[in-house]
Write a protein that binds this ligand. Structure first.
Ligand code: PEP
Ligand code: MG
Length: 319
């Protein structure tokens, strides 16, 4: 399968019954963007921008950010680039962001909460993103949304930045679905978001109430837990009602047994690690969406991630 995957890595991706699925790469540096492109990613569904902000005494200014985003956009050869706004928190501290000590950093000031706490930082980041050319290559994505108000507040900053720069074209603004609150209100959020992308790493942590960094729990923190899958199903249903697409940019997008389940639930974009892109693309081409839907319906009624993996692995052995 690996050799076949490499040979067809750069072709577009449709299932056997004709559903177009975009397979993107996650990026956290210029090198990642080059690796994703080399491996056949059709763009990037997640640029983690933290690498620009950590381990320094002052935040990067607008020019520096614009240069870095442009370099990554160019490395993707003009393919779509979804740039996530800063996702730092109490556990990923920067000296210029004096977040008060927190007992539960995962439940504290992080993601969009930090951006709205320091809106000038958000404005600078958005202005830098808006300067990337060609216009329209970049979309903006907001992490850790828990309510629609947060998206509205970010959109207000985006609108202000566009006015300042004299930009009248539409700029797509999407949200990450990685809190249970966002998943169960996805229908409300999708009414005002241009797209939804599920962060299965955090969503799993918050749905199962298990710290994603706790080695004692690592074996049980599985996005294929039926509780997480039901949240993903609800997200897809809410998005579909508003004619919005849903992607997955968490680790599940790189996990082969998860792929047919995600497609069966209604996901149409997968942003995987660069290394996983060729195999994910090859797998998608071998799948039948109708069969994926039946698989998804079946696993939603199982009671453990182990049971889901069993069924998914048997399914994969048959494709
Ligand atoms: C996620 O939570 O699934 C995600 C993609 O974001 P990060 O891993 O950067 O928190
Ligand atoms: Mg996350």
């Amino acid at each position: 399968r690996k050799a076949r995957a490499k040979a067809s890595a750069h072709q577009i991706c449709v299932t056997r019954d004709g559903q177009r699925i975009e397979v993107y790469g996650n990026v956290g540096s210029l090198n990642d963007a080059l690796a994703a492109t080399a491996n056949g990613a059709e763009g990037s569904g997640l640029l983690r921008t933290e690498f620009l902000f950590l381990e320094r005494d002052t935040p990067p200014d607008e020019d520096e950010q614009a240069r870095q985003y442009q370099a990554i956009a160019s490395a993707l050869d003009g393919k779509p680039l979804i740039i996530r706004t800063l996702d730092v928190g109490g556990d990923k501290a920067a000296p210029y962001l004096p977040i008060p000590a927190e007992e539960n950093p995962a439940l504290g000031l992080r993601g969009v909460r930090v951006s709205l706490w320091r809106p000038h930082l958000l404005k600078t980041q958005i202005r830098a993103i808006l300067r990337v050319r060609p216009a329209g290559q970049c979309k903006i994505m907001v992490p850790m949304i828990a309510s629609l108000d947060e998206l509205r507040a970010v959109r207000a900053v985006l609108d202000e930045a566009k006015r300042e720069l004299g930009i009248t074209d539409r700029v797509e603004l999407g949200v990450m679905i990685e809190t249970p609150a966002a998943a169960v209100t996805a229908d409300l959020i999708a009414a005002e978001a241009d797209f939804l992308s599920i962060g299965t790493n955090d969503l799993t942590q918050y749905v199962l109430a298990m710290d994603r960094g706790n080695p004692e729990l690592a074996a049980r923190i599985d996005a294929l837990h039926p509780a997480v899958l039901r949240m993903i199903a609800q997200t897809c249903a809410g998005a579909a009602r508003n004619h919005r697409w849903v992607g997955v940019c968490g680790g599940a997008a790189s996990d082969l047994p998860a792929v047919p389940i995600l497609l069966g639930l209604g996901v149409t974009e997968l942003s995987a690690t660069a290394a996983a892109v060729p195999e994910v693309k090859a797998l998608v081409r071998s799948l039948d969406l109708e069969a994926c839907r039946a698989l998804a319906a079946q696993v939603l009624d199982l009671t453990s991630p182990e049971a889901v993996r069993d069924v998914a692995n048997r399914f994969l052995a048959g494709v």
